[in-house]
Design a protein around this ligand. Structure first.
Ligand SMILES: Nc1ncnc2c1ncn2[C@@H]1O[C@H](COP(=O)(O)OP(=O)(O)OP(=O)(O)O)[C@@H](O)[C@H]1O
Length: 253
């Protein structure tokens, strides 16, 4: 059975894309067939997987707005078992264009229906908003994974995200589950991070991954801000934590 996981948090810069790209690479490395759907107009998952967005002529926008079959838009990545539905800046216009379309919340779900059975996992990288792109992702998903940055304001805004998830469960996708919460950018040198982890654990009660993603120097010093780096490299320490997360995700397959 294919598992469709939306990686969502409307707060910007919490590690959605970095988690999505690296989790996708690790699941693929474990032999699972993976489709990464880039649903963020910034297209950082697309560029993070090594694609030059200037070379991409058609993207997720074309299936959401113009009903181009998703199969025609999916491209293979340089990783075995990992395909991508790319995003370009054109997607920024979709949020408003979707408003007047029929089935505006369910267009990604309908389009994905025809290809999802080719995969074991579909991961959807959501934009930092609770607009129609995120609603489409939550409607298409079987579960939602929430990355939360280990910082003082970690839980700020999470209640809006939870309200949106409940709204989608009630009206659009009753089968949607909470996959889990993953803490990102943990820095053991500050006591604050440990307090934040406790606070988040309490907020979500049992829904929590054991894997905590540490602050990674390579990522925080990435040359252009906002461009996540693939840390998947079997020998790198940074990759090991995403492999651990992949094991947890596979754990309840
Ligand atoms: N574990 C980490 N340690 C240090 N820096 C990180 C880590 N994960 C991500 N970053 C850096 O933080 C920034 C934001 O990460 P990322 O783009 O994954 O977040 P996002 O939630 O997808 O952002 P947006 O809301 O803009 O879509 C990037 O510069 C990235 O390289």
């Amino acid at each position: 059975m294919v598992k469709v996981i939306a990686i969502a948090n409307q707060k910007g810069g919490v590690g959605k894309t970095t988690t999505t790209v690296n989790l996708a690479a690790c699941l693929a490395q474990k032999g699972r067939k993976v489709l990464l759907i880039d649903s963020d107009p910034q297209g950082n998952s697309t560029s993070g997987l090594g694609f030059d967005k200037r070379d991409i002529k058609k993207c997720i926008y074309d299936t959401l707005i113009d009903d181009v079959p998703m199969k025609e838009l999916i491209i293979h990545s340089s990783y075995d078992n990992l395909d991508v539905l790319p995003a370009t800046i054109q997607l920024a216009g979709a949020e408003i264009e979707l408003v007047s379309l029929m089935n505006r919340e369910g267009r990604l779900k309908s389009s994905l229906e025809r290809v999802k059975h080719d995969y074991d996992y579909v991961l959807i990288d959501c934009p930092p908003s609770l607009g129609l792109l995120t609603i489409n992702a939550l409607t298409a998903a079987s579960s939602v994974l929430i990355p939360i940055q280990c910082e003082f304001y970690a839980l700020e805004g999470v209640s809006q995200l939870m309200n949106t998830i409940k709204l989608v469960q009630r009206n659009l996708n009753p089968a949607l589950k909470l996959e889990g919460v993953v803490m990102t950018m943990y820095d053991a040198r500050t006591n604050l991070s440990a307090d934040v982890v406790d606070e988040v654990k309490k907020y979500f009660e049992t829904k929590m991954y054991n894997t905590i993603i540490p602050r990674n120097v390579r990522l925080s010093e990435a040359p252009s801000h906002g461009q996540p780096v693939i840390v998947y490299d079997p020998k790198s320490k940074g990759a090991m934590v995403y492999q651990e997360l992949a094991r947890e995700v596979i754990g309840d397959e």
